[in-house]
Write a protein that binds this ligand. Structure first.
Ligand code: ADP
Ligand code: MG
Length: 450
């Protein structure tokens, strides 16, 4: 952190708080040092220090932390006039509570491991990766927002952090802010409570690239949605890049206002598909290369990684966790990683991912999804409202369980196997031509596998 940096921070502040405020309060300040996460500022009088701490502390902290993310605290001293040691005038703290800490700064801390270097690209995520790379170039905004969606543990947060890291390198001039929708809400509520809405608005409107993770969190939270919508529009109007993630496509988010859904859809919407075997294997191999540095003597029997890639399904977090545990265990007991050790050490994970999906679960999920009663799904009524969901459930039962057509028919109120066959075929046809159907199926499959 140099004088120049402080100059830069002052310049940014002058934009957000106005020239008058700036001349009165900020210009007289000086940045003396940054030590262990605290920025030490000096003010000519303790009154001025106190006032600034109270009224502009948060914004100063915000701007400083964009340049140096380590900075979590401000400390104001009275500028020494030569003789006496400086008296502390005021302090602004990021509080100890990690949840509250996020409230002080708009941006959440970034995970150092989540970079493009460590992101393994495969068929299921290549589009999302390419789009993330594109926005990370920091060039002219071509699609806005970029909306990334997919199931748990498929790399949404990883990609967003990677964009952030990349932009910090290539475009240090930009204010890049990453935070979860939950943190957005938390800050919004805090601003309301403390009557600091103007600060809140000006903070978020001074951002060049805004990333909001897990946007589904604010579904059903009306005033937060409203504020999010305004922030979103203000930034889009200024042609600032916005990147949003969610656990499903914008149109599928329940209790989200239509105008917000349509805004979220207005840029590029990309789906992270569930991992396939090749991608899982690639991720495991990358992890092993990484661990080898930590445990150079480790011996890994052939076939172990392939076994894990086969047996542990889509969620990458679970896959990584399994491998971490395996390596830690093997190094603790000083044994080679054999197939046997793997099965011993990971028996619970393997058992969990072996979980069989039942026809009953499928029926329950599908009827919830289409908002019909389970009894109507299984019952005799043939109107489209019930028949279509029934066929969807039959299709899923056929493709996700090992039940035969007659067995499935029996579970649908004793229907004939030809009825099931017809239903499965109908859904296959629809899936190919009807985007909504394809999406419903994907969503249902995901939530059944979760
Ligand atoms: P999400 O936000 O979609 O729930 P995360 O981004 O948190 O998922 O990813 C979960 C874990 O899996 C993280 O540790 C992340 O680094 C890892 N991960 C996910 N996808 C990949 C990938 N393609 N390559 C490497 N690691 C990945
Ligand atoms: Mg995430």
């Amino acid at each position: 952190m140099t004088r120049d940096h402080w100059g830069q921070v002052q310049k940014e502040l002058s934009k957000t708080i106005g020239q008058n405020n700036f001349t009165t309060w900020i210009e007289p300040l000086d940045l003396k040092a940054v030590k262990q996460g605290t920025a030490h500022l000096t003010a000519p009088t303790s009154f001025l220090g106190n006032y600034v701490a109270q009224h502009f502390g948060e914004q100063i902290l915000f701007q400083l932390s964009l340049i140096n993310p380590e900075i979590r605290k401000l400390n104001f001293d009275v500028a020494s006039t030569g003789s006496s040691t400086p008296k502390p005038a005021a302090k602004v703290n990021k509080t100890q509570d990690p949840k509250a800490a996020d409230a002080t700064l708009p941006g959440a801390p970034l995970d150092e491991r989540f970079t493009f270097d460590t992101f393994v690209v495969g068929k299921p995520n290549e589009l999302a990766h390419a789009a993330a790379r594109r926005v990370a170039e920091g060039g002219p905004v071509t699609f806005n927002p970029l909306f990334l969606y997919g199931g748990v543990g498929l790399g949404k947060t990883h990609l967003m952090h990677a964009i952030s890291w990349e932009l910090k390198q290539s475009r240090p001039d930009l204010n890049v802010v990453y935070l979860s929708a939950e943190q957005f809400m938390y800050r919004f509520v805090q601003a309301l409570r403390e009557r600091k809405m103007m600060d809140f608005k000006s903070l978020f409107r001074s951002v060049d690239v805004l990333m909001v993770d897990d946007v589904q969190f604010i579904a059903g939270k009306d005033s937060t949605q409203e504020e999010f919508f305004h922030t979103f529009n203000a930034l889009v109007d200024q042609n600032k890049q916005i990147i949003i993630s969610g656990d499903r496509a914008p149109g599928e988010i329940k209790d989200m206002e239509d105008r917000i859904k349509s805004r979220l859809q207005s840029g590029l919407v990309v789906d992270l598909h569930p991992t396939d075997y090749e991608l899982r294997l690639g991720i495991l191999q990358a992890k092993v290369d990484f661990y080898r540095k930590q445990y150079p003597d480790l011996v890994l029997a052939p076939g172990v990684l392939e076994f894990l890639a086969h047996r542990i399904s889509t969620n990458v977090r679970v896959l990584e966790g399994a491998l971490t545990r395996l390596f830690a265990f093997a190094s603790l007991v000083g044994r080679e990683i054999t197939m046997e050790l793997t099965q011993d050490c990971l028996s619970d994970v393997l058992r969990a991912s072996e979980r069989k999906i039942t026809v009953e679960e499928i029926q329950r999920k599908v009827s919830e999804h289409y908002n019909i009663r389970l009894s109507d799904m299984i019952g005799p009524k043939r109107v489209r409202t019930y028949a279509r969901p029934r066929q969807v459930a039959m299709y899923l039962a056929k493709t996700m369980t090992s039940r035969s057509l007659p067995e499935i028919g029996r579970r649908f109120g004793g229907r004939d196997h030809t009825t099931v066959m017809h239903g499965v075929k109908r859904i296959e046809e629809l899936k190919a031509i009807d985007g909504q159907m394809a999406e419903d199926l994907e969503l249902l499959r995901r939530s059944l596998e979760a």
